[in-house]
Design a protein around this ligand. Structure first.
Ligand code: ZN
Length: 298
């Protein structure tokens, strides 16, 4: 389903959305180049709430911003299936940025939702449907949701062939283990939704085993395109890098979620946008990405 009509309807219907997305078109971008891939810094002051979200306090449904009854009246929804509704993201990173929200106020989890995520990717063909686990960038870990955006804005997706060629450590049966020196991640490519689901669940079980967790901490992106699924799983070592808690000028307010891991790093502070170096990106991404030794066991 092409949901451009819905995006256009929402942005024409409501001035706030229109202004937000028009503003995003003009946002400043700065490339940080590595060998064969890049990260893009994006100056995006709207993201301050997300990058500093306190995810330790449970939010009950009366205050939850993903519960429909608390959304502004001008926020339109499009039901994608019996459980999830599509909205235009009011705090976007991508030129077309959607949230896909459970109609029930239930915890963010990927366990039991892998097939739903694959089906959503199929419904939203050509868009990347992505997931942030509770301690890997989800600003609302108390309400189950996915997001979606265009792969042409995600270097990890549009540079994937380069990354596979240059940095694959191991590959078999359409599964690639890749370490590009900043991130360690897995890519699964298949036409078969059941195979994709089985492999994805196996990977997430593996993550749970390594970290002794019940809920695997990872960022996941799935695109369905030309009849193929491409699933990218980025297991996470930690929620925030040490730079996040430094004092004064050394502090960098980057709290990586899927977008950052996929190569687009929203900076809510102009000072961060200006000062972040290649070394900073290297340091931040490799800290939050699964450690090499654990990756080798996955
Ligand atoms: Zn809620």
């Amino acid at each position: 389903m092409d949901v451009s009509f819905f995006f256009n309807y929402q942005t024409e219907y409501d001035e706030k959305f229109r202004n937000t997305f028009n503003g995003l078109k003009n946002s400043q971008l700065r490339d940080i180049n590595f060998d064969g891939f890049k990260y893009v810094l994006q100056l995006n002051p709207m993201r301050i709430k997300s990058s500093t979200a306190d995810i330790t306090k449970p939010l009950d449904s009366s205050k939850c911003f993903l519960c429909k009854e608390n959304m502004p009246q001008t926020q339109l929804g499009l039901d994608l299936n019996t459980k999830f509704t599509l909205f235009v993201n009011p705090f976007p990173i991508f030129q077309k940025h959607f949230t896909i929200v459970s109609r029930q106020h239930v915890n963010q989890t990927i366990i039991g939702n892998t097939m739903i995520m694959l089906e959503l990717a199929k419904v939203l063909e050509n868009l990347v449907v992505f997931y942030n686990s509770p301690k890997a960038g989800a600003s609302a870990p108390f309400h189950c949701h996915f997001q979606a955006g265009g792969e042409d804005e995600m270097p990890l997706f549009y540079q994937i062939e380069n990354l596979k060629k240059l940095y694959t450590e191991k590959s078999e049966n359409g599964i690639f283990k890749i370490n590009d020196g900043t991130r360690r991640f897995l890519v699964v490519e298949t036409k078969d939704i059941f195979k994709a689901d089985e492999i994805l669940r196996k990977i997430l079980d593996g993550v749970n085993e390594i970290y002794s967790t019940q809920e695997p901490e990872a960022n996941i992106g799935i695109i369905f395109k030309n009849g193929f699924f491409r699933v990218i799983v980025l297991p996470r070592e930690k929620h925030r890098p040490k730079e996040y808690s430094l004092e004064g000028d050394n502090r960098i307010l980057v709290s990586p979620g899927f977008a950052d891991m996929a190569g687009i790093v929203p900076c809510s502070l102009p000072s961060d946008y200006q000062k972040i170096t290649k070394e900073n990106i290297q340091s931040i991404m490799s800290q939050v990405s699964i450690e090499e030794e654990k990756f080798s066991r996955l």
